[in-house]
Write a protein that binds this ligand. Structure first.
Ligand SMILES: NC(=O)c1ccc[n+]([C@@H]2O[C@H](COP(=O)([O-])OP(=O)(O)OC[C@H]3O[C@@H](n4cnc5c(N)ncnc54)[C@H](O)[C@@H]3O)[C@@H](O)[C@H]2O)c1
Length: 373
């Protein structure tokens, strides 16, 4: 049997990946520090009992060395994800741990046959847009002064026309948050060191992954969580900007399937892949779908607040992975139904959205709406 190490395997994507690996006859070991922000009650009950669990930090050499013993494949999923301005922590947890992983494999000449690292759509920054006159553009973040005037769309720097969003493939990368930069650093370390030292490596750039087990305590876990928590407490969803931001949401089972596929296919080696959803949807549509699934026809609150660092439209084109035979099988409606169904089964549904918004306001991450005359 082949043993697989899954770092961050007690988390959302990791635990589903473990289940799929076990059902495909792999032995699975997890290294996870059980971050209190994700797991306030410690080891989650959903973790499969056949998983060999080791508690430890991926930045700790001894813990990582122990976890790598007798391992054939590695999924490196442990990460720090948040909106908070503790910039160094993103690099420390996400990038340094990836370098350490390769350092140990190379130093100890470990017979690891493949490493798969979790990257993110955030490596594209603002993504790709089209100007009807000037073609494809990859703008930087929107200036705060522009957002303070409630002007949400990107404008062409040459003619000033509002740009049209366009799905992006893997070609142009332009991260602009500490998280996005750390994820790109991690995937470059994996792909480049993997190439140099003959360790087949793959980076998967997930879009917004949603579904059961997405920690209700993790503030970086996507809008489905916060909309569901509020709806189940009878509160209206709060939508930033004008709610017309486009996103693509991908079901956790499609992500687990992508993880397994690239492990099994040699053709994936040395590459980065988008792992996106079936279609683009606005944040408003997502809010409305969640409200309907919760049986709460709650009208969204649109105050025109915005979060610094949020992108306007980000939609991945997953053709490269589709060419290897992967398809996203689940619709946004499936995603919302499965997530809301799972949340309803929980003993308690925490809702700290108002406190989180207050903290973001204090930190300057969330900015109030423009003052109108
Ligand atoms: N969920 C998404 O929408 C999404 C999108 C893009 C990329 N990703 C990436 O996918 C991976 C998994 O994300 P997830 O949604 O399952 O997150 P998650 O928070 O549910 O799981 C992450 C796990 O890593 C563990 N962890 C955190 N820091 C650690 C450390 N220093 N040492 C050991 N373990 C540590 C946590 O305890 C947690 O169990 C991450 O790398 C994330 O950046 C997720």
């Amino acid at each position: 049997m082949s043993r697989v190490l899954v770092t961050g395997g007690a988390g959302f994507i990791g635990s589903h990946t473990c289940d799929l690996l076990l059902s495909n006859q792999f032995e699975v070991r997890v290294l996870d520090s059980l971050q209190p922000r994700v797991h306030p009650r410690g080891l989650p009950q959903y973790l499969h009992r056949d998983v060999e669990f080791q508690q430890g930090d991926v930045r700790d050499r001894a813990a990582l060395e122990r976890a790598l013993e007798g391992v054939r494949y590695v999924y490196h999923l442990a990460a720090y994800q948040d909106y908070m301005p503790d910039f160094h922590r993103f690099l420390d947890v996400n990038a340094t741990s990836t370098a350490l992983l390769y350092e140990i494999i190379v130093d100890r000449r470990l017979p690891v046959e493949k490493v798969i690292v979790a990257s993110s759509q955030s490596v594209y920054g603002e993504g790709k847009y089209e100007c009807p006159r000037h073609g494809a553009l990859y703008p930087g973040p929107r200036p705060i002064e522009q957002l303070e005037r409630s002007q949400w769309e990107h404008a062409c720097p040459i003619c000033g026309t509002d740009l049209q969003p366009s799905p992006f493939d893997e070609a142009v990368v332009k991260p602009h948050t500490a998280y996005g930069i750390s994820k790109y650093a991690a995937e470059q370390l994996a792909v480049q060191l993997g190439r140099r030292y003959g360790i087949p490596s793959v980076a998967l750039r997930y879009s917004i992954v949603q579904g059961p087990r997405n920690s209700p305590h993790n503030s970086y876990s996507g809008v489905c969580r916060v909309f569901t928590q509020r709806a189940l407490h009878g509160k209206r969803p709060v939508v930033y900007e004008d709610g017309r931001q486009l996103r693509d949401y991908v079901h956790i089972q499609d992500v687990a399937a992508a993880n397994l596929l690239v492990l099994l296919m040699k053709e994936a080696d040395g590459q980065s892949f988008n792992v996106g959803g079936q279609r683009a949807a606005t944040v408003l549509e997502c809010a409305q779908l969640v409200a309907a699934a919760c049986g709460q026809p709650l009208e969204p609150i649109l105050r025109g607040e915005f979060r610094v660092g949020d992108t306007r439209h980000t939609v991945s084109d997953s053709m490269r992975l589709r060419r290897l035979g992967w398809i996203p099988r689940h619709s946004l409606e499936d995603i919302v139904r499965d997530y809301v169904g799972w949340m309803r089964e929980q003993d308690e549904v925490p809702d700290n959205s108002d406190a989180a918004a207050k903290e973001m306001l204090l930190n300057g991450v969330l900015r109030p709406a423009a003052v109108t005359a």
